[in-house]
Design a protein around this ligand. Structure first.
Ligand SMILES: [Zn+2]
Length: 324
């Protein structure tokens, strides 16, 4: 309740600040203001499959939160979109692209999970089937207003008018057909409590959501590292022709799964060792990051965020053992 109320207040505040700024700004400096337009570039990666690649940074006013990968898949009943981006404005840009690609526009949406960069564009597609795991809908209803507050704080005017719209179709089957195109459903967890991976049966393209990252540090605010590792093991057995990871470039070799698993194991081991040695959070954040991870996007910020999310719990588990 508090979240919802403060969310509305913040949204109104952002819009009021916008109006005040507009009134005070001369037309000359208005021209210098960056246009809040997403420049989305779909790239064809397989037969009837396009990927829109996000930047590998953290959310900034410059990138407007366009840090996520989205997929567009052609069917005889229109385009299927996997993940809808961080804002109403982003969803509108996606709808425009889909309308250019198919006379039928958008047939259906999949949301891989409930993090805001993956579903806050849903508002534009509220009258379409928006498929997700049932746990994703529950989590979106629980966390949507809190996430919204945070996104308005980080992205300001990019978020104008955005309201979180949860998915409206819970998936309980192992496949979903849209028109004549069939999608194999992998109901997994670990990055969040409900993570959907979708395989396009026609091309073998696997869309992993945030179960796989590539050359961008994985995010862990809702993570269970053990379960995440098991989910990656399962996705490895799919032997996909190629992977569209949640963040980072198109992956033709499965490197995203290997790299994400390697990173998660390193995080867990590093945090456990630090807790055993009684390091403080600040000392841990100063740790040397291995060469193979140091050039990932959003490093070291994402490592620092992971320490703050995960370390208190690991310390609690390790400390009683080491004092026995
Ligand atoms: Zn995520």
């Amino acid at each position: 309740m508090t979240d919802a109320r403060s969310g509305l207040t913040r949204r109104r505040a952002v819009s009021l600040i916008g109006t005040a700024a507009l009134a005070l700004t001369s037309s000359a400096s208005l021209a210098a203001r960056p246009k809040l337009v997403y420049d989305l570039m779909p790239v064809q990666v397989a037969d009837g499959v396009w990927m829109i690649e996000g930047t590998t940074e953290y959310f900034t006013n410059e990138n407007g939160g366009a840090i996520v990968n989205c997929a567009l898949i052609e069917t005889d009943t229109g385009m299927v979109i996997v993940d809808t981006g961080p804002s109403l404005r982003y969803g509108e840009a996606l709808a425009q692209i889909a309308a250019q690609m198919s006379v039928s526009g958008v047939a259906a949406i999949f949301n891989t999970h409930h993090h805001p960069d993956h579903y806050f564009g849903n508002q534009v597609f509220a009258d379409k089937p928006i498929y997700a795991l049932p746990g994703t809908r529950t989590a979106a209803l629980r966390d949507g207003d809190g996430f919204s507050d945070n996104m308005y704080r980080l992205l300001g005017d990019w978020m104008r008018g955005t309201e979180p719209v949860p998915p409206n179709q819970g998936i309980s089957s192992s496949t979903v057909s849209i028109g004549k195109r069939e999608f194999v459903i992998y109901p997994l967890e670990g990055h969040t409590g409900a993570d959907l991976a979708v395989l396009d049966k026609k091309t073998g393209t696997l869309i992993t959501g945030d179960l796989a990252f590539l050359d961008r540090a994985p995010t862990t605010p809702s993570a269970d590292l053990g379960k995440w590792g098991e989910s990656i093991d399962l996705l490895t057995t799919v032997n996909a022709a190629a992977i569209i990871p949640g963040h980072g470039p198109f992956d033709k070799t499965g490197r995203s799964l290997v790299q994400t698993k390697d990173y998660l194991e390193w995080i867990e081991e590093t945090l456990q060792t630090a807790a055993g040695e009684g390091l403080s959070m600040v000392e841990l954040m100063d740790s040397t990051i291995p060469k193979r991870f140091v050039k990932m996007g959003a490093m070291p910020q994402e490592f620092h965020r992971s320490v703050s999310h995960l370390y208190p719990d690991i310390e609690r588990k390790i400390l009683p053992l080491s004092s026995q």
